[in-house]
Design a binder for this molecule. Structure first.
Ligand code: ADP
Ligand code: ADP
Length: 224
């Protein structure tokens, strides 16, 4: 089954910049794919189209939704390079906000926020404030906030690019473990060839702007 598909998708911005496409891409449920390409080739644009934060200029974008509760973001979890946490409120409040906005009761939202925080290794930091956390920890909070609504697809836009190598490597390993445990579809945008090959089952290499698919490579992993 498909989690998302783009067919003949192009995106021209109002200023006339042709940012993307035509792009044809089908992502299967549960797949972890990386989009790899030069700066400005339209990777973020592609993610915004999949998240329906922006409409294509032509072509169609389809995203499969699961049955059941409808939450803001429509089954999409988005993680950006900048964690964009609200500084004046606790880590727990930051993580439970998407649930509160969706009308989930306080106590349930709190329990689910704490569960999401535990899943990223931050069970002990629920009452901390964002400024007390390291860059890697803020990214973990951002990931917990994206996962708390149990999205069908996790979109990650160069999430670890600003972090030091060691933190980045740890987060790569933790993200892989989470992906194996949760079975979510992940679309991961990166500049790093290493990261794309290390993390994903499939690396989609894009051309310079307007981004089209140059190569679509299956990565064979050998489980220990
Ligand atoms: P990438 O994520 O691969 O770096 P982007 O999707 O951010 O690429 O951008 C693709 C191209 O579209 C770039 O040339 C960028 O400057 C341009 N662009 C992105 N967003 C906008 C916008 N809102 N208005 C005009 N041009 C934009
Ligand atoms: P990460 O845990 O994402 O790898 P860092 O590498 O930046 O993050 O931090 C290394 C470890 O140091 C963290 O896992 C955490 O246990 C600890 N740490 C970092 N900042 C703090 C802090 N403000 N308070 C307590 N422990 C911290």
């Amino acid at each position: 089954a498909l989690a998302a598909s783009l067919r003949g998708v192009t995106k021209a911005y109002d200023n006339g910049v042709m940012a993307l496409g035509p792009l044809d891409l089908a992502v299967r449920k549960g797949e972890f794919i990386s989009l790899l390409g030069p700066s400005g080739c339209g990777k973020s644009t592609a993610l915004r189209l999949i998240a329906e934060l922006s409409a294509p200029s032509s072509g169609t974008v389809r995203v499969a939704r699961h049955e059941g509760e409808v939450l803001p973001g429509h089954g999409i979890g988005f993680v950006f390079q900048e964690p964009t946490l609200m500084p004046w409120t606790s880590v727990r409040e930051n993580v439970r906000l998407p649930l509160r906005l969706a009308g989930v009761a306080k106590a349930e939202a709190r329990a689910r926020a704490d569960e999401a925080l535990a899943s990223v290794g931050l069970a002990d930091f629920a009452d901390a404030f964002p400024r007390e956390l390291s860059g890697g920890m803020k990214m973990r909070v951002s990931l917990a906030r994206a996962l708390v609504t149990d999205p069908d697809i996790l979109l990650m836009d160069e999430p670890f690019a600003a972090l030091d190598e060691i933190t980045r490597f740890r987060l790569n390993n933790d993200l892989l473990a989470l992906w194996r445990a949760l079975g979510k579809t992940v679309i991961f945008v990166t500049h790093s060839v290493f990261e794309s090959v290390y993390l994903s089952q499939r690396v989609v290499v894009m051309t310079a702007r307007p981004g089209r698919i140059q190569a679509d490579i299956r990565i064979e992993t050998v489980e220990p």
